[in-house]
Design a protein around this ligand. Structure first.
Ligand SMILES: NC(=O)c1ccc[n+]([C@@H]2O[C@H](COP(=O)([O-])OP(=O)(O)OC[C@H]3O[C@@H](n4cnc5c(N)ncnc54)[C@H](OP(=O)(O)O)[C@@H]3O)[C@@H](O)[C@H]2O)c1
Length: 369
């Protein structure tokens, strides 16, 4: 394992405590996901030796705090990967596409949060609670992290699949604006200021005229829902809808799984929700589903509608698990369940899952796994 490198990483005694542990690079440490990542790395069991922070040359020299220590950001370069064991990429697709293979060629295992490699057959797509074993087979030295919408439901679906055998998923998403990055959050906040205290929302187009620029969204987000997320692909499907289909199939190892998704953007800052119609090979009961979900790692069952208990984004945001409620057996199909699922798209939907994958690799490298 590489030792502490030549990057500022002060903190009395920490060097000795971390000797022999793997070196981690966080590429994109200054971004929306990177910022959440530094918080998560500071909270979780400390399995890392040096943590090296990397971003664009614009950010070189900035100091960020991780594990309570100030660490200087270095510019992305081949040399930045010297001695790195695991390199996380929280950067745009094109940056990952270019640099993850370079990190791998320098001997690091790259864990990529972008969409650059997710459907590459030589790159595993990993959710540790569902398919941690897949992380070991990585012919390109790269492991992909799924997209946030798929991640927001897949831990719960993986647990139910293991028991009942999944045959079909029909989902609608209710996606938060932070899935569109900082610009998405800024857009909703600015629009909310413009509509607050008004009588808007009673005439066609009154909200649209009031908010003006819709930012990265194809319609107003304040006082509205927008049935479109991502970019337009063939036959009217969006990129986000295709990701839910393709990534669910790959993670669950079910290439023939029937999946239909409709992705909708809602005026929520962070935490994606989904309604799920899940059909199984075997007959299901709510009691059995409750038992599975209540004991599944990474899942919280919150399902007591008589007491008004079900997950909502406002309560789930900032937490790690996948929250599940409103579990019902379909009235017309004894093999199908209806559920409502919420997950923080910046934590389990992005940074947390990447951190968990990196920890799986760290355990393998240090012989703990
Ligand atoms: N937001 C979400 O909910 C979410 C969820 C799952 C996955 N993701 C994926 O995670 C990745 C990061 O998303 P984000 O929302 O965190 O983006 P972001 O806020 O725009 O941050 C981008 C990061 O990449 C760095 N970067 C950009 N161009 C670079 C270059 N040429 N060389 C080196 N570093 C460069 C930036 O550094 P500077 O600050 O120096 O420019 C910054 O640290 C994307 O692939 C995104 O699709 C996002």
């Amino acid at each position: 394992m590489s030792g502490v490198g030549d990057v500022t990483n002060s903190g009395g005694g920490s060097a000795a405590r971390r000797a022999g542990k793997p070196t981690l690079a966080v590429v994109g440490a200054t971004g929306a996901v990177g910022t959440v990542m530094l918080g998560i790395l500071s909270e979780r069991a400390d399995v890392w030796g040096e943590i090296r922070l990397i971003a664009s040359p614009r950010s070189a020299g900035r100091k960020l705090t991780v594990r309570g220590e100030q660490v200087e950001v270095v510019a992305l370069s081949e040399e930045a990967f010297e001695g790195v064991d695991v390199a996380m990429f929280d950067v745009p697709d094109e940056v990952s596409a270019q640099w993850a293979p370079i990190a791998a060629s320098k001997g690091a295992v790259a864990v990529d949060n972008s969409g650059a490699f997710r459907m590459d057959p030589n790159v595993p797509l990993v959710v540790p609670e569902v398919n941690a074993h897949a992380a070991r087979v990585r012919p390109r030295g790269i492991i992909s992290n799924p997209n946030c919408t798929t991640l927001s439901m897949i831990v719960a679906m993986g647990a139910l699949h293991a028991e009942f055998g999944l045959s079909e998923l029909i989902v609608s998403s209710y996606q938060a604006v932070s899935g569109a990055g900082k610009e998405g959050v800024d857009t909703l906040r600015e629009q909310l200021v413009k509509v607050a205290g008004t009588e808007l929302g009673t005439q066609p187009g009154d909200v649209r005229r009031a908010v003006g620029d819709t930012g990265p969204f194809p319609g107003p987000m304040a006082l509205n829902v927008v049935p479109f997320a991502g970019s337009l692909k063939e036959d009217g499907w969006t990129s986000e809808e295709l990701k839910v289909r393709n990534e669910s199939r790959k993670i669950l190892g079910l290439p023939g799984l029937r999946v239909t998704a409709t992705c909708v953007r809602v005026p929520v800052i962070t935490t994606h929700s989904l309604t799920v119609h899940a059909r199984f090979e075997n007959e299901v009961t709510v009691a059995a589903a409750h038992e599975i979900l209540a004991s599944a790692p990474g899942v919280v069952l919150c399902d007591n509608p008589a007491k008004g208990e079900f997950p909502t984004p406002a309560d789930v945001v900032g937490t790690d698990p996948t929250w599940v409620g409103r579990v019902r057996r379909s009235m017309d199909d004894p093999n199908a369940l209806e559920l409502f699922v919420c997950g923080d798209n910046l934590r389990k939907g992005a940074a947390l899952n990447t951190a968990q994958i990196a920890e799986v690799v760290a355990a393998e490298l240090t012989g703990v796994a």
